[in-house]
Design a binder for this molecule. Structure first.
Ligand code: ATP
Ligand code: PRP
Length: 212
């Protein structure tokens, strides 16, 4: 049974988790390494008076908005796309990448082009602001396939090293924004568990020197 004062933390499974747990350890929070490759979904961390809820990254803001997690860690890309009612507390500076418009090098403008992406809201807003009418096609992964097989003229997706683009003969055309992971909080938890959340923010920002 977890202590009811324990902070419930929605942790993204996958690429962010290792970087996030490393940052927590650097900030002096004793997160056991045994869980790094675990399939357990609820991980008590009594040493830090926390409980980790291991979530699919895109679902983290939902758990936090509904208050089943007090705080969470999520990429800015997901925050922009999901637009949930949560507080964004801190830029953790991890999982750095960027959101870009990508296409084939011989891309030519067409009327009402098709744009494939996981980030339908972000892409729609971007092209609307650019005054360009596009048809957005929502995909869930391997987005780079879309221009290669003629599903879309361009894509909006994440670029980190550029390796995926290079290996598939694609080029980055415009960058929408830089992405890092953020610490977010439920609005009620932020008031009720303010001391614990603030202490965590202070410890983390001392490590990253980047309080927002
Ligand atoms: N190539 C990348 N390099 C660094 N960070 C990335 C990269 N791609 C995505 N990210 C960041 O990591 C977050 C999580 O990505 P990850 O691939 O683990 O989740 P996902 O795309 O939802 O995968 P899955 O569908 O397997 O759950 C993204 O929301 C983004 O902030
Ligand atoms: O610039 P790079 O270092 O090559 O990284 C970029 C790739 O990483 C992400 O894909 P991910 O591995 O999450 O796969 P998926 O989106 O196809 O599931 C992103 O969607 C790009 O495809």
């Amino acid at each position: 049974m977890t202590d009811s004062t324990a902070l419930k933390v929605a942790m993204p499974k996958g690429r962010i988790y290792k970087q996030a747990s490393k940052l927590f350890r650097q900030a002096g929070l004793p997160i056991p390494e045994d869980f790094d490759d675990s399939r357990k979904l609820i991980i008590p961390v009594p040493e830090a008076n926390m409980e980790f809820i291991m979530a699919k990254p895109v679902d983290v803001p939902t758990y936090v908005e509904y208050g089943v997690a007090d705080i969470g860690i999520v990429g800015k890309d997901v925050l922009m796309e999901e637009n949930k009612d949560v507080y964004e507390l801190l830029d953790l500076g991890i999982a750095k990448c960027r959101m870009s418009v990508i296409g084939l090098p011989d891309w030519k403008p067409v009327i009402n082009p098709r744009v494939a992406t996981k980030y339908a809201n972000v892409a729609s807003q971007y092209f609307r602001e650019q005054g360009q009418q596009v048809e957005v096609i929502k995909l869930n992964g391997s987005i780079e396939l879309a221009p290669l097989i003629g599903l879309a003229d361009r894509i909006v997706d994440m670029v980190e090293t550029g390796q995926t683009l290079k290996e598939n003969g694609l080029v980055e055309m415009e960058t929408l924004f830089q992405v890092t992971s953020r610490l977010i909080a439920n609005r009620v938890s932020y008031r009720l568990k303010n001391t614990a959340i603030q202490e965590l923010c202070d410890r983390l920002s001392a490590m990253i020197g980047a309080a927002v």
